[in-house]
Design a protein around this ligand. Sequence first.
Ligand SMILES: [Zn+2]
Ligand SMILES: [Zn+2]
Ligand SMILES: [Zn+2]
Length: 258
Amino acid sequence: MRFRFVGTGDSAQTPCFGCDCQACGRARVISSCQRGPCSAEFWVNASRYLLDAGRMDLVESCERERPAAIFLTHYHADHVQGLLHLRWGLGASIPVFGPKDSHGCADLYRNPGLLDFRAGLKPFKPIHLDGMTVTPVPLLHSKPTLGYCLDDGGTKLAYLTDTLGLPCETESFLRDWEPDVVVLDATYPASHMEPKNHNNLPMAVQIIDRLGCPEAYLTHISHRLEADVLRDPSQLPANIRLAQDNLELQLGMHLAAS
Ligand SMILES: [Zn+2]
Ligand SMILES: [Zn+2]
Ligand SMILES: [Zn+2]
């Protein structure tokens, strides 16, 4: 499986406007340390699929390689804002899958342009692409939200953002499914004791531990979490890494971020 993190930041992104913490300072100097809107992409038989569409250069990216479809986790702006421009493009329509959400975001449903919004996905009902099974799983967030479990017959990867904990049925599905790689929301540092809508680091570590997953990446990372991990890297167990924008994973083999 070829899977790439496109953006790994929270909605403030890194660097965060006006902040001079260590993570923000570093990201202003080293562009590869910046974190954009949380999103990813994967390829199946040379077809490209997007997981969320919040990046602001979505049009340029789709001009380079037109996606076969877009899977949305949910309709918060940081996950869909790129669609506001992309929709007015020309050519064949682009299927958009996502959770059942009667509101969507802004006027996307009323003025979809070339976006073909499909009916809300049923949790746990797999979609079969040519060479990949995608199973949507419910998450716990302030809007209807789905994670996506990707299985290409060789590798299983669970992409789980935005969420605070996991619903019982999702956790038991994942235990039976036994992912090789988990990508999980970890927005806040440990000092953020009562997080809303997103995990803090200890919660994310506990979930990964309960799932018994050998390899995990954290995403939707705030500058505060990153600054805290820079201060004390020992908070991260050996099998868990902070994801990075542009980091590409291939069949469990990690290619360097470009
Ligand atoms: Zn900062
Ligand atoms: Zn959200
Ligand atoms: Zn988000």
